[in-house]
Design a protein around this ligand. Structure first.
Ligand code: AMP
Ligand code: GLY
Length: 424
């Protein structure tokens, strides 16, 4: 099979690393890829949101499958575009159609979906500038902390959690009337605060059947001890010790099954990942959000634990035969540590040379924001690279991953020193 993988981050590096292990793969193209993905295939200068360019490329290179890493091309309708064009509709797309992608693209749509299909989640209401007063009244019925969510995609910044009622009202007005998050906050979901421990569960579905991939815990804040600004994710661990057995059984029965049945009932063309952000509240799972792609950096620990052939899983997914999939997992712990550019998640420099990449380790050095220039690997993004290691225990995986991280250096390199500590 010839595969085109869209994206450029650590998630896509890990997909590429895993896909080349498949005997079913003929050629792999990564668009645009990064400074490490050329080890697994050909990086191509192609924008996944330029559908006509994608069409010319897949025809020219006889692509059989398009794997979509990030959400943006999905929300823009890349699956619908491919499936509605007779010359390319035979191509399997891993990623849902536009309607399915709205589960990530609109918080209000996702909440209405959960309500309709009885998926446990926080109570909520949605407001617009025209119903601002009603929004204030709704806030008065809730207790602190107050959770406000811009309806649309806001680059992970659209969720505010506020401890004070007046502050919550002011922010609601800023979002609705002053377009604090642009068009994304023209509608705002206000929801009940869920007090628990967070984790993510990943499902691959063909729209009818599904397989549940390993769960993971992400570390979202920039600073040790979960302090400071939100980032894309500073590290991840899988498996998550507080989410085993009985809890995962509840997740499957109460959340995964009604979600997949809802996708089928609502008639989305959904062949791809459902990333379920969950809160574990005293042993019961509640959905915080859906994403329609894999998580990053969660992929950097989830896929290394997968022993099954990923391309075979994708092929079964395309054929709506995921009921035949056999999932083999490594029971050991995988832990990843993200090294970021100094200044991230604010502004940061690019073009810093990365040293130490050639030192052999028994883990996986995953490129994210890197680029290859004149034979040198340089930084080109905020999240630069992730070091994933395995261990029989979290402690062992942590020790190895920190050792790997210490071998790599670039000017301004920063990483959290406490990934996994809360799980020890
Ligand atoms: P989201 O973009 O929906 O993932 O929200 C960002 C983060 O805000 C989540 O990862 C949670 O840590 C937090 N969060 C979102 N909704 C709630 C909620 N209802 N209760 C508590 N925390 C929440
Ligand atoms: N790590 C969180 C995300 O991918 O959205």
């Amino acid at each position: 099979m010839n595969v085109l993988l869209l994206g450029s981050g650590g998630r896509e590096f890990t997909f590429a690393w895993k896909l080349v292990q498949s005997p079913l793969l003929t050629r792999l193209f990564i668009a645009p890829g990064n400074g490490g993905t050329h080890h697994f295939g050909t990086n191509v200068d192609l924008n996944g949101e330029d559908f006509e360019a994608v069409k010319s490329f897949v025809l020219r290179e006889k692509i059989d499958m398009v794997v979509v890493g990030p959400e943006a091309p999905l929300v823009a309708g890349i699956a619908d575009f491919i499936q509605s064009d007779p010359s390319i509709k035979h191509i399997t797309v891993i990623g849902p159609d536009k309607q399915g992608a709205t589960l990530e693209g609109s918080k209000d749509f996702a909440k209405a979906f959960m309500k309709r299909h009885r998926v446990p989640t926080a109570a909520y209401e949605t407001f617009t500038a025209a119903t601002l007063e009603k929004g204030y009244q709704f806030l008065e019925t809730l207790k602190a902390p107050y959770v406000l969510k811009a309806d649309g995609l806001a680059a992970g910044k659209g969720v505010l959690i506020l401890n004070n009622l007046q502050e919550a009202k002011d922010e609601l007005r800023a979002m609705l009337q002053d377009a604090k998050f642009g068009e994304a906050s023209s509608s705002v979901v206000i929801e009940e605060f869920l007090d628990g421990i967070e984790l993510s569960v990943f499902v691959l579905t063909d729209g009818k059947n599904y397989v549940i991939l390993p769960e993971a815990k992400d570390y979202k804040r920039i600073g040790d001890g979960d302090t400071g600004l939100n980032t894309g994710g500073m590290g991840a661990v899988s498996p998550v010790p507080f989410a085993q057995g009985e809890f995962l059984h509840k997740v499957e029965e109460r959340i995964v099954k009604p979600t997949i049945a809802g996708i089928q009932k609502d008639g989305y063309n959904y062949k791809g990942f459902v990333f379920i952000g969950l809160m574990n509240i005293k042993g019961d799972p509640f959905v915080i959000e859906y994403n329609v792609r894999m998580g990053d950096p969660e992929t950097e620990v989830v896929l290394p634990r997968l022993q099954s052939d990923l391309l075979e899983l994708f092929d079964l997914c395309g054929k709506e035969r995921l009921d035949q999939a056999i999932l083999k997992l490594n029971p050991d712990t995988a832990l990843t540590i993200m090294s970021v550019s100094g200044g991230y998640p604010g502004s940061y420099p690019k073009g810093r040379i990365i040293e130490g990449l050639d030192v052999p380790t028994d883990g996986l050095v995953i490129h994210a924001g890197t680029t290859k220039l004149g034979g040198k690997i340089m930084t080109s993004g905020g999240r630069v690279l992730a070091c994933t290691a395995f261990g029989k225990s979290i402690k062992e995986a942590q020790k190895k991953a920190y050792h790997m991280t210490s071998l790599i250096s670039f000017d301004g390199q920063y990483f959290r020193k406490d990934i996994g500590n809360d799980l020890l």
